[in-house]
Ligand binder design. Structure first.
Ligand SMILES: NC(=O)c1ccc[n+]([C@@H]2O[C@H](COP(=O)([O-])OP(=O)(O)OC[C@H]3O[C@@H](n4cnc5c(N)ncnc54)[C@H](OP(=O)(O)O)[C@@H]3O)[C@@H](O)[C@H]2O)c1
Length: 511
Protein backbone atom coordinates (compact mmCIF):
# COMPACT_ATOMS: atom_id res chain seq x y z
CA UNK A 1 0.00 0.00 0.00
CA UNK A 2 1.41 3.40 -0.92
CA UNK A 3 1.09 6.55 1.14
CA UNK A 4 -2.31 8.25 0.89
CA UNK A 5 -3.74 11.52 2.10
CA UNK A 6 -4.87 10.76 5.66
CA UNK A 7 -7.81 13.14 5.43
CA UNK A 8 -9.54 10.95 2.86
CA UNK A 9 -8.87 7.59 4.42
CA UNK A 10 -11.75 5.44 5.67
CA UNK A 11 -13.38 6.32 8.98
CA UNK A 12 -12.14 3.16 10.69
CA UNK A 13 -9.22 1.07 9.52
CA UNK A 14 -11.00 -2.24 9.84
CA UNK A 15 -13.50 -3.21 7.21
CA UNK A 16 -14.65 -6.34 5.49
CA UNK A 17 -16.09 -5.99 2.03
CA UNK A 18 -18.67 -8.46 0.77
CA UNK A 19 -19.75 -8.42 -2.85
CA UNK A 20 -23.03 -10.22 -3.48
CA UNK A 21 -23.06 -11.15 -7.18
CA UNK A 22 -19.30 -11.62 -7.42
CA UNK A 23 -19.42 -13.61 -10.66
CA UNK A 24 -21.34 -10.88 -12.46
CA UNK A 25 -20.52 -8.21 -14.99
CA UNK A 26 -20.52 -5.28 -12.56
CA UNK A 27 -18.01 -6.96 -10.25
CA UNK A 28 -15.58 -7.73 -13.10
CA UNK A 29 -15.88 -4.47 -14.97
CA UNK A 30 -16.20 -1.95 -12.17
CA UNK A 31 -16.03 -3.12 -8.57
CA UNK A 32 -12.91 -5.24 -8.48
CA UNK A 33 -10.87 -2.85 -10.68
CA UNK A 34 -11.96 0.02 -8.40
CA UNK A 35 -11.01 -1.88 -5.23
CA UNK A 36 -7.65 -2.81 -6.72
CA UNK A 37 -6.92 0.81 -7.63
CA UNK A 38 -7.98 2.03 -4.18
CA UNK A 39 -5.62 -0.47 -2.62
CA UNK A 40 -2.76 0.42 -5.01
CA UNK A 41 -3.17 4.09 -4.16
CA UNK A 42 -3.19 3.50 -0.43
CA UNK A 43 -6.88 3.89 0.36
CA UNK A 44 -7.50 0.28 1.30
CA UNK A 45 -5.42 -1.43 3.94
CA UNK A 46 -3.50 -4.58 3.09
CA UNK A 47 -5.53 -6.63 5.52
CA UNK A 48 -9.04 -5.65 4.34
CA UNK A 49 -10.72 -8.90 3.34
CA UNK A 50 -12.96 -8.97 0.27
CA UNK A 51 -15.48 -11.80 0.03
CA UNK A 52 -17.04 -12.56 -3.33
CA UNK A 53 -20.42 -14.24 -2.94
CA UNK A 54 -22.48 -15.97 -5.64
CA UNK A 55 -24.16 -19.30 -6.37
CA UNK A 56 -21.75 -21.04 -8.67
CA UNK A 57 -19.12 -23.43 -7.37
CA UNK A 58 -15.65 -21.88 -7.24
CA UNK A 59 -12.52 -22.06 -5.11
CA UNK A 60 -10.74 -19.01 -3.69
CA UNK A 61 -7.95 -19.58 -6.20
CA UNK A 62 -10.29 -19.74 -9.16
CA UNK A 63 -11.95 -16.54 -8.01
CA UNK A 64 -8.55 -14.82 -7.65
CA UNK A 65 -7.57 -15.87 -11.17
CA UNK A 66 -10.81 -14.59 -12.64
CA UNK A 67 -10.48 -11.30 -10.83
CA UNK A 68 -6.86 -10.90 -11.97
CA UNK A 69 -8.01 -11.25 -15.58
CA UNK A 70 -10.88 -8.80 -14.94
CA UNK A 71 -8.69 -6.17 -13.29
CA UNK A 72 -6.02 -6.45 -16.01
CA UNK A 73 -8.68 -5.99 -18.64
CA UNK A 74 -10.83 -3.29 -17.10
CA UNK A 75 -8.60 -1.57 -14.54
CA UNK A 76 -7.15 1.85 -15.28
CA UNK A 77 -3.67 1.06 -14.01
CA UNK A 78 -2.77 -1.18 -16.97
CA UNK A 79 -0.63 -4.30 -16.64
CA UNK A 80 -0.37 -5.49 -13.03
CA UNK A 81 2.97 -6.88 -11.87
CA UNK A 82 2.38 -10.41 -10.62
CA UNK A 83 3.87 -9.82 -7.16
CA UNK A 84 1.58 -6.84 -6.69
CA UNK A 85 -1.47 -8.87 -7.67
CA UNK A 86 -0.48 -11.71 -5.33
CA UNK A 87 -0.26 -9.26 -2.47
CA UNK A 88 -3.71 -7.87 -3.20
CA UNK A 89 -5.25 -11.27 -3.95
CA UNK A 90 -4.13 -12.76 -0.63
CA UNK A 91 -7.23 -11.24 0.97
CA UNK A 92 -9.70 -12.20 -1.75
CA UNK A 93 -12.07 -15.00 -0.82
CA UNK A 94 -14.98 -16.67 -2.54
CA UNK A 95 -18.02 -17.93 -0.70
CA UNK A 96 -20.68 -19.97 -2.45
CA UNK A 97 -24.18 -19.05 -1.33
CA UNK A 98 -27.66 -18.95 -2.75
CA UNK A 99 -28.74 -15.56 -1.44
CA UNK A 100 -32.34 -16.72 -1.40
CA UNK A 101 -31.69 -19.32 1.26
CA UNK A 102 -31.53 -17.89 4.79
CA UNK A 103 -29.67 -20.87 6.27
CA UNK A 104 -26.46 -20.22 4.36
CA UNK A 105 -25.89 -16.77 5.91
CA UNK A 106 -24.85 -18.14 9.27
CA UNK A 107 -21.97 -19.96 7.54
CA UNK A 108 -21.01 -16.79 5.72
CA UNK A 109 -21.10 -14.83 8.95
CA UNK A 110 -18.87 -17.37 10.73
CA UNK A 111 -16.38 -17.25 7.88
CA UNK A 112 -16.28 -13.46 7.93
CA UNK A 113 -15.83 -13.41 11.72
CA UNK A 114 -13.06 -16.02 11.65
CA UNK A 115 -11.22 -14.21 8.88
CA UNK A 116 -11.52 -10.88 10.70
CA UNK A 117 -10.22 -12.45 13.92
CA UNK A 118 -7.18 -13.78 12.05
CA UNK A 119 -6.52 -10.51 10.26
CA UNK A 120 -7.43 -7.90 12.86
CA UNK A 121 -7.13 -9.81 16.11
CA UNK A 122 -9.97 -11.20 18.26
CA UNK A 123 -11.22 -7.97 19.86
CA UNK A 124 -11.61 -5.73 16.82
CA UNK A 125 -15.16 -4.95 15.72
CA UNK A 126 -14.85 -4.39 11.99
CA UNK A 127 -17.40 -2.62 9.80
CA UNK A 128 -18.93 -4.68 7.02
CA UNK A 129 -19.70 -3.18 3.64
CA UNK A 130 -22.06 -5.36 1.63
CA UNK A 131 -22.37 -4.49 -2.05
CA UNK A 132 -25.56 -5.79 -3.68
CA UNK A 133 -24.39 -6.36 -7.27
CA UNK A 134 -27.39 -8.57 -7.87
CA UNK A 135 -30.76 -8.48 -9.52
CA UNK A 136 -33.16 -6.11 -7.72
CA UNK A 137 -35.57 -8.91 -6.78
CA UNK A 138 -32.82 -10.17 -4.44
CA UNK A 139 -32.19 -6.83 -2.68
CA UNK A 140 -34.76 -7.26 0.09
CA UNK A 141 -34.39 -11.03 0.68
CA UNK A 142 -30.61 -10.61 0.89
CA UNK A 143 -30.82 -7.82 3.44
CA UNK A 144 -33.43 -9.72 5.45
CA UNK A 145 -31.23 -12.80 5.44
CA UNK A 146 -28.12 -10.79 6.29
CA UNK A 147 -29.82 -9.30 9.32
CA UNK A 148 -31.20 -12.64 10.46
CA UNK A 149 -27.88 -14.37 9.76
CA UNK A 150 -25.86 -12.46 12.35
CA UNK A 151 -24.77 -9.36 10.43
CA UNK A 152 -27.20 -6.90 12.05
CA UNK A 153 -25.18 -4.75 14.45
CA UNK A 154 -26.41 -3.41 17.78
CA UNK A 155 -28.52 -0.27 17.37
CA UNK A 156 -25.74 2.00 18.64
CA UNK A 157 -23.28 0.50 16.16
CA UNK A 158 -25.22 0.82 12.94
CA UNK A 159 -22.10 1.99 11.07
CA UNK A 160 -20.85 -1.59 11.33
CA UNK A 161 -23.15 -2.70 8.53
CA UNK A 162 -23.41 -0.61 5.35
CA UNK A 163 -25.32 -1.87 2.38
CA UNK A 164 -24.68 -0.55 -1.11
CA UNK A 165 -27.66 -0.86 -3.44
CA UNK A 166 -27.32 -0.67 -7.21
CA UNK A 167 -30.01 0.83 -9.39
CA UNK A 168 -32.77 0.25 -10.34
CA UNK A 169 -34.34 1.36 -7.05
CA UNK A 170 -37.79 0.19 -8.04
CA UNK A 171 -39.49 0.52 -11.40
CA UNK A 172 -42.11 3.06 -10.38
CA UNK A 173 -43.24 5.04 -7.37
CA UNK A 174 -45.01 2.18 -5.60
CA UNK A 175 -42.27 -0.44 -6.06
CA UNK A 176 -39.66 2.11 -5.02
CA UNK A 177 -41.64 2.96 -1.87
CA UNK A 178 -42.02 -0.74 -1.16
CA UNK A 179 -38.28 -1.30 -1.52
CA UNK A 180 -37.44 1.72 0.62
CA UNK A 181 -39.85 0.75 3.37
CA UNK A 182 -38.57 -2.84 3.30
CA UNK A 183 -34.97 -1.65 3.62
CA UNK A 184 -35.88 0.92 6.26
CA UNK A 185 -37.57 -1.78 8.31
CA UNK A 186 -34.26 -3.62 8.51
CA UNK A 187 -31.69 -0.86 8.34
CA UNK A 188 -31.28 2.71 9.41
CA UNK A 189 -31.31 5.12 6.43
CA UNK A 190 -27.67 5.98 7.24
CA UNK A 191 -26.70 2.37 6.51
CA UNK A 192 -28.13 2.41 2.98
CA UNK A 193 -25.95 3.68 0.12
CA UNK A 194 -27.96 3.91 -3.12
CA UNK A 195 -25.40 4.32 -5.81
CA UNK A 196 -25.72 6.57 -8.84
CA UNK A 197 -22.34 6.27 -10.48
CA UNK A 198 -22.68 9.63 -12.27
CA UNK A 199 -22.36 11.32 -8.91
CA UNK A 200 -18.90 9.78 -8.53
CA UNK A 201 -17.55 11.76 -11.47
CA UNK A 202 -15.26 14.71 -10.90
CA UNK A 203 -17.20 17.20 -13.00
CA UNK A 204 -20.44 16.33 -11.28
CA UNK A 205 -18.93 16.93 -7.85
CA UNK A 206 -17.38 20.09 -9.18
CA UNK A 207 -20.75 21.58 -10.13
CA UNK A 208 -21.38 22.56 -6.52
CA UNK A 209 -17.85 23.79 -5.90
CA UNK A 210 -17.81 25.73 -9.13
CA UNK A 211 -21.18 27.31 -8.42
CA UNK A 212 -20.64 28.19 -4.77
CA UNK A 213 -16.86 28.54 -4.67
CA UNK A 214 -16.67 31.39 -7.22
CA UNK A 215 -18.09 34.85 -6.76
CA UNK A 216 -18.63 35.51 -10.44
CA UNK A 217 -21.07 32.82 -11.56
CA UNK A 218 -23.53 32.22 -8.77
CA UNK A 219 -25.07 35.73 -8.85
CA UNK A 220 -25.98 35.06 -12.48
CA UNK A 221 -27.57 31.67 -12.02
CA UNK A 222 -31.19 32.64 -11.69
CA UNK A 223 -34.25 33.76 -13.65
CA UNK A 224 -32.84 37.23 -14.27
CA UNK A 225 -29.90 36.07 -16.34
CA UNK A 226 -30.52 32.51 -17.45
CA UNK A 227 -32.70 31.93 -20.50
CA UNK A 228 -32.89 28.16 -20.11
CA UNK A 229 -30.89 25.08 -19.15
CA UNK A 230 -30.38 21.94 -21.23
CA UNK A 231 -29.33 18.62 -19.78
CA UNK A 232 -28.35 15.96 -22.29
CA UNK A 233 -27.40 12.37 -21.66
CA UNK A 234 -27.13 10.76 -25.06
CA UNK A 235 -25.79 7.43 -26.24
CA UNK A 236 -24.73 6.61 -29.76
CA UNK A 237 -25.20 2.87 -29.22
CA UNK A 238 -28.43 0.91 -29.37
CA UNK A 239 -29.30 -1.95 -27.03
CA UNK A 240 -26.29 -3.89 -25.77
CA UNK A 241 -26.45 -7.57 -26.53
CA UNK A 242 -28.44 -9.46 -23.93
CA UNK A 243 -30.00 -6.29 -22.43
CA UNK A 244 -33.02 -6.09 -24.72
CA UNK A 245 -35.21 -8.06 -22.32
CA UNK A 246 -34.44 -5.71 -19.44
CA UNK A 247 -34.63 -2.53 -21.50
CA UNK A 248 -37.97 -3.44 -23.03
CA UNK A 249 -39.51 -3.47 -19.55
CA UNK A 250 -37.68 -0.34 -18.51
CA UNK A 251 -37.04 2.35 -21.15
CA UNK A 252 -35.19 5.65 -21.19
CA UNK A 253 -37.39 7.39 -18.61
CA UNK A 254 -36.86 4.79 -15.88
CA UNK A 255 -33.35 3.81 -16.86
CA UNK A 256 -31.74 7.24 -17.15
CA UNK A 257 -33.99 10.27 -16.78
CA UNK A 258 -35.63 9.49 -13.44
CA UNK A 259 -32.27 8.99 -11.77
CA UNK A 260 -29.16 10.37 -13.52
CA UNK A 261 -30.74 13.32 -15.34
CA UNK A 262 -32.83 14.48 -12.37
CA UNK A 263 -29.78 14.19 -10.11
CA UNK A 264 -27.85 16.49 -12.45
CA UNK A 265 -30.77 18.90 -12.50
CA UNK A 266 -30.72 18.99 -8.70
CA UNK A 267 -27.03 19.88 -8.59
CA UNK A 268 -27.34 22.73 -11.05
CA UNK A 269 -30.53 24.12 -9.53
CA UNK A 270 -30.18 23.62 -5.76
CA UNK A 271 -29.53 26.33 -3.18
CA UNK A 272 -26.29 26.30 -1.19
CA UNK A 273 -26.64 24.23 1.98
CA UNK A 274 -25.66 25.76 5.32
CA UNK A 275 -22.78 23.27 5.47
CA UNK A 276 -21.43 20.95 2.82
CA UNK A 277 -22.45 17.76 4.54
CA UNK A 278 -24.40 14.80 3.20
CA UNK A 279 -27.79 15.41 4.74
CA UNK A 280 -27.77 19.17 4.24
CA UNK A 281 -26.88 18.78 0.55
CA UNK A 282 -29.56 16.14 0.11
CA UNK A 283 -32.14 18.33 1.88
CA UNK A 284 -31.52 20.97 -0.79
CA UNK A 285 -31.81 18.42 -3.59
CA UNK A 286 -35.14 17.21 -2.26
CA UNK A 287 -36.44 20.80 -2.30
CA UNK A 288 -35.58 21.05 -6.01
CA UNK A 289 -37.32 17.77 -6.81
CA UNK A 290 -40.38 18.86 -4.87
CA UNK A 291 -40.45 22.13 -6.83
CA UNK A 292 -40.49 20.43 -10.21
CA UNK A 293 -43.42 21.32 -12.40
CA UNK A 294 -44.31 19.99 -15.86
CA UNK A 295 -43.90 22.31 -18.83
CA UNK A 296 -47.63 22.25 -19.61
CA UNK A 297 -50.92 20.65 -18.54
CA UNK A 298 -50.85 18.16 -21.39
CA UNK A 299 -48.30 15.37 -20.89
CA UNK A 300 -47.88 14.86 -24.64
CA UNK A 301 -46.74 18.46 -24.92
CA UNK A 302 -44.03 18.49 -22.26
CA UNK A 303 -42.86 14.85 -22.20
CA UNK A 304 -41.84 13.40 -25.55
CA UNK A 305 -41.18 9.69 -25.94
CA UNK A 306 -39.41 8.45 -29.06
CA UNK A 307 -38.15 5.17 -30.47
CA UNK A 308 -35.36 4.69 -33.02
CA UNK A 309 -35.91 3.03 -36.36
CA UNK A 310 -33.18 1.32 -38.36
CA UNK A 311 -30.94 3.07 -40.83
CA UNK A 312 -27.28 3.49 -41.55
CA UNK A 313 -24.54 4.84 -39.31
CA UNK A 314 -21.11 5.42 -40.84
CA UNK A 315 -22.16 3.43 -43.89
CA UNK A 316 -23.25 0.41 -41.84
CA UNK A 317 -26.83 -0.80 -41.54
CA UNK A 318 -28.08 -0.79 -37.95
CA UNK A 319 -31.24 -2.26 -36.46
CA UNK A 320 -34.21 -0.30 -35.34
CA UNK A 321 -35.23 -0.82 -31.70
CA UNK A 322 -37.96 -3.31 -32.58
CA UNK A 323 -35.46 -5.48 -34.42
CA UNK A 324 -33.07 -5.65 -31.44
CA UNK A 325 -32.51 -8.99 -29.70
CA UNK A 326 -35.22 -9.80 -27.10
CA UNK A 327 -37.30 -6.74 -27.90
CA UNK A 328 -40.97 -7.26 -28.74
CA UNK A 329 -41.56 -6.61 -32.48
CA UNK A 330 -44.43 -4.23 -31.67
CA UNK A 331 -42.80 -2.68 -28.59
CA UNK A 332 -43.95 0.81 -27.60
CA UNK A 333 -41.03 1.26 -25.23
CA UNK A 334 -39.36 4.68 -25.46
CA UNK A 335 -35.65 4.82 -26.29
CA UNK A 336 -35.71 8.62 -26.14
CA UNK A 337 -37.20 11.09 -23.68
CA UNK A 338 -37.30 14.84 -24.08
CA UNK A 339 -38.92 17.03 -21.43
CA UNK A 340 -39.64 20.63 -20.62
CA UNK A 341 -39.82 21.17 -16.88
CA UNK A 342 -39.73 24.09 -14.49
CA UNK A 343 -38.26 24.44 -11.03
CA UNK A 344 -40.99 26.42 -9.42
CA UNK A 345 -39.11 28.48 -6.88
CA UNK A 346 -37.94 32.03 -6.40
CA UNK A 347 -34.62 31.53 -8.17
CA UNK A 348 -35.79 29.60 -11.22
CA UNK A 349 -39.40 30.66 -11.83
CA UNK A 350 -40.20 30.68 -15.59
CA UNK A 351 -36.78 29.32 -16.61
CA UNK A 352 -37.35 26.17 -18.66
CA UNK A 353 -35.13 23.16 -18.08
CA UNK A 354 -34.94 20.95 -21.16
CA UNK A 355 -33.98 17.36 -20.47
CA UNK A 356 -33.19 14.67 -22.99
CA UNK A 357 -31.74 11.22 -23.04
CA UNK A 358 -31.78 8.58 -25.71
CA UNK A 359 -30.13 5.78 -27.57
CA UNK A 360 -28.74 5.77 -31.11
CA UNK A 361 -28.28 9.53 -31.12
CA UNK A 362 -25.32 11.04 -33.00
CA UNK A 363 -22.92 11.18 -30.04
CA UNK A 364 -22.27 9.79 -26.59
CA UNK A 365 -22.41 12.92 -24.50
CA UNK A 366 -23.45 13.96 -21.03
CA UNK A 367 -23.58 17.66 -20.35
CA UNK A 368 -25.39 20.45 -18.58
CA UNK A 369 -25.60 23.62 -20.64
CA UNK A 370 -26.67 26.86 -18.99
CA UNK A 371 -27.82 29.23 -21.67
CA UNK A 372 -27.78 32.89 -20.62
CA UNK A 373 -29.99 35.64 -21.98
CA UNK A 374 -28.79 37.53 -25.01
CA UNK A 375 -27.70 41.05 -24.10
CA UNK A 376 -28.97 43.96 -26.21
CA UNK A 377 -26.64 44.09 -29.20
CA UNK A 378 -28.26 46.96 -31.13
CA UNK A 379 -25.55 49.49 -30.13
CA UNK A 380 -23.20 47.62 -32.44
CA UNK A 381 -25.43 48.21 -35.43
CA UNK A 382 -24.23 51.82 -35.69
CA UNK A 383 -21.16 50.63 -37.57
CA UNK A 384 -20.99 50.18 -41.32
CA UNK A 385 -23.71 47.90 -42.43
CA UNK A 386 -24.30 45.34 -45.03
CA UNK A 387 -27.91 44.31 -44.62
CA UNK A 388 -30.09 43.90 -41.56
CA UNK A 389 -27.70 41.65 -39.65
CA UNK A 390 -25.06 44.33 -39.54
CA UNK A 391 -23.06 44.20 -36.36
CA UNK A 392 -24.85 41.12 -35.08
CA UNK A 393 -23.04 38.56 -37.14
CA UNK A 394 -22.07 35.66 -34.91
CA UNK A 395 -23.98 36.96 -31.91
CA UNK A 396 -25.01 34.14 -29.62
CA UNK A 397 -25.86 34.12 -25.93
CA UNK A 398 -23.21 33.12 -23.41
CA UNK A 399 -23.30 29.56 -22.29
CA UNK A 400 -21.67 27.68 -19.46
CA UNK A 401 -21.33 23.98 -20.16
CA UNK A 402 -20.40 21.24 -17.72
CA UNK A 403 -19.30 18.31 -19.85
CA UNK A 404 -19.37 15.05 -17.94
CA UNK A 405 -18.87 12.57 -20.72
CA UNK A 406 -16.86 11.57 -22.75
CA UNK A 407 -14.25 14.09 -21.61
CA UNK A 408 -14.76 16.11 -18.43
CA UNK A 409 -14.59 19.87 -18.89
CA UNK A 410 -16.17 23.23 -18.12
CA UNK A 411 -16.57 25.69 -20.97
CA UNK A 412 -17.72 29.29 -20.92
CA UNK A 413 -18.61 30.64 -24.35
CA UNK A 414 -18.29 34.37 -24.87
CA UNK A 415 -18.70 36.79 -27.71
CA UNK A 416 -15.60 38.72 -28.70
CA UNK A 417 -14.93 41.15 -31.49
CA UNK A 418 -13.87 39.45 -34.66
CA UNK A 419 -10.63 41.06 -35.85
CA UNK A 420 -11.41 43.45 -38.68
CA UNK A 421 -12.88 46.86 -39.35
CA UNK A 422 -16.44 46.01 -38.39
CA UNK A 423 -18.10 45.22 -35.07
CA UNK A 424 -18.76 41.64 -35.87
CA UNK A 425 -18.85 39.19 -33.04
CA UNK A 426 -17.36 35.78 -32.89
CA UNK A 427 -17.70 33.10 -30.32
CA UNK A 428 -14.71 32.06 -28.26
CA UNK A 429 -14.45 29.53 -25.50
CA UNK A 430 -12.75 29.66 -22.12
CA UNK A 431 -12.28 26.08 -21.17
CA UNK A 432 -11.01 24.03 -18.27
CA UNK A 433 -10.39 20.46 -19.35
CA UNK A 434 -9.91 17.85 -16.68
CA UNK A 435 -6.74 15.78 -17.07
CA UNK A 436 -6.94 12.22 -18.38
CA UNK A 437 -6.68 9.28 -16.01
CA UNK A 438 -9.16 10.60 -13.44
CA UNK A 439 -10.35 8.21 -10.79
CA UNK A 440 -13.22 6.00 -11.87
CA UNK A 441 -16.54 6.96 -10.32
CA UNK A 442 -16.76 3.62 -8.52
CA UNK A 443 -13.43 4.26 -6.78
CA UNK A 444 -14.67 7.46 -5.25
CA UNK A 445 -18.03 5.98 -4.31
CA UNK A 446 -16.57 2.84 -2.72
CA UNK A 447 -14.13 4.98 -0.79
CA UNK A 448 -17.02 7.13 0.44
CA UNK A 449 -18.84 4.04 1.70
CA UNK A 450 -15.70 3.03 3.59
CA UNK A 451 -15.46 6.57 4.98
CA UNK A 452 -19.13 6.50 5.96
CA UNK A 453 -19.86 9.54 3.80
CA UNK A 454 -23.22 9.32 2.09
CA UNK A 455 -23.21 12.74 0.39
CA UNK A 456 -23.03 11.28 -3.10
CA UNK A 457 -25.69 8.63 -2.53
CA UNK A 458 -29.40 8.97 -3.05
CA UNK A 459 -31.57 9.24 0.05
CA UNK A 460 -35.03 7.64 0.11
CA UNK A 461 -36.90 10.97 0.09
CA UNK A 462 -34.95 12.13 -2.99
CA UNK A 463 -35.84 8.91 -4.70
CA UNK A 464 -39.48 9.23 -3.77
CA UNK A 465 -39.70 12.82 -5.02
CA UNK A 466 -38.09 11.87 -8.34
CA UNK A 467 -40.46 8.93 -8.88
CA UNK A 468 -43.42 11.07 -7.85
CA UNK A 469 -42.56 13.56 -10.57
CA UNK A 470 -42.19 11.04 -13.41
CA UNK A 471 -45.02 8.70 -12.37
CA UNK A 472 -47.81 10.48 -14.34
CA UNK A 473 -45.68 10.15 -17.47
CA UNK A 474 -44.99 6.47 -16.81
CA UNK A 475 -48.73 5.90 -16.30
CA UNK A 476 -49.65 7.75 -19.45
CA UNK A 477 -47.05 5.90 -21.52
CA UNK A 478 -48.39 2.55 -20.35
CA UNK A 479 -51.78 3.32 -21.95
CA UNK A 480 -52.62 2.51 -25.56
CA UNK A 481 -53.02 6.25 -26.16
CA UNK A 482 -49.25 6.61 -26.18
CA UNK A 483 -47.21 5.79 -29.27
CA UNK A 484 -43.56 6.81 -29.22
CA UNK A 485 -42.64 8.96 -32.17
CA UNK A 486 -40.10 7.25 -34.40
CA UNK A 487 -36.74 8.84 -35.06
CA UNK A 488 -33.98 7.86 -37.41
CA UNK A 489 -30.80 6.45 -35.91
CA UNK A 490 -27.99 9.00 -35.81
CA UNK A 491 -30.36 11.95 -35.36
CA UNK A 492 -31.17 13.96 -32.23
CA UNK A 493 -34.53 12.33 -31.62
CA UNK A 494 -38.09 12.83 -32.82
CA UNK A 495 -39.49 15.95 -34.39
CA UNK A 496 -41.72 16.61 -31.36
CA UNK A 497 -38.60 17.02 -29.22
CA UNK A 498 -37.29 19.67 -31.60
CA UNK A 499 -40.65 21.42 -31.52
CA UNK A 500 -40.57 21.34 -27.71
CA UNK A 501 -37.93 24.09 -27.85
CA UNK A 502 -38.77 25.43 -31.28
CA UNK A 503 -42.16 26.65 -30.03
CA UNK A 504 -40.40 29.25 -27.93
CA UNK A 505 -37.74 30.07 -30.54
CA UNK A 506 -35.08 28.01 -28.82
CA UNK A 507 -33.09 25.09 -30.13
CA UNK A 508 -31.22 22.12 -28.77
CA UNK A 509 -27.48 22.25 -28.76
CA UNK A 510 -25.72 19.76 -30.99
CA UNK A 511 -22.86 18.72 -28.76
N1 LIG B 1 -23.28 -4.34 -15.17
C1 LIG B 1 -23.32 -3.03 -15.04
O1 LIG B 1 -22.54 -2.27 -15.62
C2 LIG B 1 -24.36 -2.40 -14.14
C3 LIG B 1 -24.50 -1.00 -14.15
C4 LIG B 1 -25.44 -0.41 -13.30
C5 LIG B 1 -26.20 -1.20 -12.48
N2 LIG B 1 -26.06 -2.55 -12.49
C6 LIG B 1 -26.89 -3.34 -11.56
O2 LIG B 1 -26.04 -4.17 -10.78
C7 LIG B 1 -26.66 -5.41 -10.51
C8 LIG B 1 -25.78 -6.55 -11.03
O3 LIG B 1 -25.61 -6.38 -12.42
P1 LIG B 1 -24.66 -7.34 -13.27
O4 LIG B 1 -24.64 -6.77 -14.64
O5 LIG B 1 -23.38 -7.60 -12.60
O6 LIG B 1 -25.53 -8.70 -13.30
P2 LIG B 1 -25.05 -10.14 -13.73
O7 LIG B 1 -23.87 -10.09 -14.62
O8 LIG B 1 -26.28 -10.86 -14.20
O9 LIG B 1 -24.60 -10.79 -12.34
C9 LIG B 1 -25.50 -11.17 -11.34
C10 LIG B 1 -24.75 -11.83 -10.21
O10 LIG B 1 -25.69 -12.26 -9.23
C11 LIG B 1 -25.41 -13.61 -8.86
N3 LIG B 1 -26.65 -14.22 -8.45
C12 LIG B 1 -27.83 -14.29 -9.11
N4 LIG B 1 -28.74 -14.93 -8.37
C13 LIG B 1 -28.15 -15.28 -7.22
C14 LIG B 1 -28.55 -15.95 -6.05
N5 LIG B 1 -29.81 -16.42 -5.90
N6 LIG B 1 -27.67 -16.15 -5.07
C15 LIG B 1 -26.40 -15.70 -5.19
N7 LIG B 1 -25.95 -15.02 -6.26
C16 LIG B 1 -26.81 -14.83 -7.27
C17 LIG B 1 -24.83 -14.20 -10.13
O11 LIG B 1 -23.98 -15.27 -9.85
P3 LIG B 1 -24.36 -16.81 -9.92
O12 LIG B 1 -25.05 -17.02 -11.21
O13 LIG B 1 -23.06 -17.50 -9.78
O14 LIG B 1 -25.21 -17.02 -8.75
C18 LIG B 1 -23.96 -13.04 -10.61
O15 LIG B 1 -22.76 -13.06 -9.90
C19 LIG B 1 -28.03 -5.32 -11.16
O16 LIG B 1 -28.95 -4.81 -10.22
C20 LIG B 1 -27.85 -4.28 -12.25
O17 LIG B 1 -29.05 -3.64 -12.59
C21 LIG B 1 -25.16 -3.17 -13.31
Amino acid sequence: MSAADKSVLPDSPHHSILIFGASGDLTSRKLMPALFTLWSEGFLLDDTPIFGVARREKTDDEFRHEMQAAVSRHGRLGEIPDDQWQKFAARLFYHRLDLDTPDGYVGLHSRVEETEAQLFGPDVAASRVVYLAITPSLFLPSVENLCAGGFKPAHDETHRLRVVVEKPFGRDLSSSLELSSGLNRLLDESQIYRIDHYLGKETVQNILLFRFGNAIFEPLLNRNHVDHIQITMSEDQGIESGRGGYYDTSGALRDVLQNHVLQLLCLVAMEPPAVFLGDQIRDEKVKVLESLRPGSDNIDEWAIGGQYVGGTVDGKAVNGYRQEDRVAPNSRRETFVGMEVFVDNWRWAHVPFYLRTGKRLPARVTEIAIQFKLPPLHPFSTVECDGDDCGLVGSRPNSLVFRIQPEESITLSCSVKKPGHQYNLERQRLQYQYPHGLAEAYERLLLDVLRGDSTLFTRSDELEAAWRFVQPVLDHWETEKFQPEFYQVDTWGPQAAITLLGNSGREWREP
